[in-house]
Design a protein around this ligand. Structure first.
Ligand code: MN
Length: 323
């Protein structure tokens, strides 16, 4: 019998698994990838009695694979906060799914573990651009401003490492980053001692400086669109850059479009922080779109769909309050 840990390669996925495996150590096959690589469950060659943990990837996007794994006799723990559609009922499936805009997978795991490794969940919430939730979760820890800033940086750097067209764009394969990080029960130790963190922070700082030098390509009454070049730095920084824009201009929606090597764009959409909804609905109108209410994306937007995207984006976030 085998164990499989299947997780999104971003801060939330990595910190969710880290917490679970600190609480319940387990040798397992790690299955992960770049942030957008979410069709992960189909990579599990499950057989009867295998234990499979799935973290931070949409159940809706893995539904068929989940049915297969369960039919083969696997036992599945599924924790996530992305759009799930109908959650199937099965005696071997434990699903903890909450798509509320203020939560993330690491916070859900934190709830399952009664807050035992809370600081990691705080870092993950920062990484998922949920600063308010992160700060709320951090209250009982009594951290200093400096410590909170450190956890914010940690979440952002881990999250940053997951963006790329392929793992070749990344500083570390997310499985390797998880293995390194898992040696540190204390996030502050990881921040001060781990060479991988120093590398990520250097890369992050350099890439963000490039992004912040850009002006928006299109601006609308309630939103702005940035266009990033076909460069590894741009692919790495696109998502985190979107989060920063969302933090900087709370009332605006943002889209970050990054040119792809073979044409078309990768799209990150961030709803306004003042009204964090509509991003997933917009992106799901495109073939490879999906995500959460506040943050969503399109894996491949063909050039021919650009005008349609801009029109729908402008309409979705026209600056008027829906209430
Ligand atoms: Mn997440």
């Amino acid at each position: 019998m085998a164990n499989f840990d299947v997780f999104n390669g971003d801060a939330d996925g990595i910190c969710a698994l880290h917490q679970l495996r600190l609480a319940e150590p387990r040798d397992s096959v790690l299955i992960t990838g770049v942030k957008r690589d979410i069709a992960l469950l189909k990579k599990v060659p499950a057989s009867a009695g295998d234990k499979i943990t799935v973290l931070d990837i949409s159940l809706d996007k893995n539904r068929e694979a989940l049915q297969t794994v369960l039919a083969r006799g696997g036992e599945v723990t599924y924790v996530d906060h992305h759009f799930a559609g109908d959650i199937l009922e099965h005696p071997a499936l434990r699903a903890v799914i909450d798509t509320a805009p203020g939560t993330c997978t690491s916070l859900l795991v934190d709830g399952m573990l009664a807050g035992r490794f809370r600081a990691w969940a705080v870092a993950a919430a920062f990484g998922d651009n949920l600063a308010e939730s992160a700060l709320r979760a951090a209250v009982p820890l009594g951290l200093s401003e400096i410590q909170l800033t450190a956890l914010r940086e940690l979440g952002e750097c881990l999250n940053y490492n997951a963006y790329g067209d392929s793992v070749e764009d990344l500083f570390f394969h997310p499985a390797e980053l998880y293995r390194q990080l898992h040696g540190y029960p204390d996030p502050f130790r990881f921040i001060s001692d781990a060479p991988v963190f120093a590398t990520l922070k250097r890369g992050y700082t350099a890439d963000m400086a490039m992004a912040h030098a850009l002006q928006p390509q299109w601006t609308y009454p309630g939103s702005a669109v940035y266009l990033l070049p076909d460069q590894p730095w741009a692919r790495r920084v696109s998502g985190v850059f979107g989060n920063h824009l969302a933090q900087r201009e709370a009332t605006l929606a943002h889209a970050v479009l990054t040119h792809k090597p073979d044409g078309g764009y990768v799209v990150s959409v961030r709803a306004p922080r003042s009204n964090p909804s509509g991003a997933d609905e917009l992106c799901r109108q495109f073939d490879s779109g999906g995500g959460r209410k506040s943050a969503a994306g399109i894996n491949h937007l063909p050039e021919s769909e650009l005008e349609r995207f801009l029109a729908l984006f402008n309409t979705a976030f026209n600056g008027e309050n829906p209430s």
